[in-house]
Ligand binder design. Sequence first.
Ligand SMILES: [Zn+2]
Length: 93
Amino acid sequence: MEEKSLEEIHTQLKAKCLSCDLHFVVCTEYPDRHNAKSLYCPECGQHEGNFLTWASVVASPIRREVPGDARPTDDMQATGVKAVKVKNIVETT
Ligand SMILES: [Zn+2]
């Protein structure tokens, strides 16, 4: 099995805020710096450690995920892509 250097892997800290139910992912090359106590919820601002968290080591560099093939959000707003995605999510749930 090929061994990956530290630049070729990253950790995804997956979190669910127990105050507002937002799910989000922190992609980091320094997983020791992050845990439920260090997180701030991007939606409600909660910083009391009130999160469920999971961690995955991913065998690819962070840049494959962020930005990966995503477009800058300013571009999406300008072209209306964001509105289409939101509409599709509403229609399929
Ligand atoms: Zn929250």
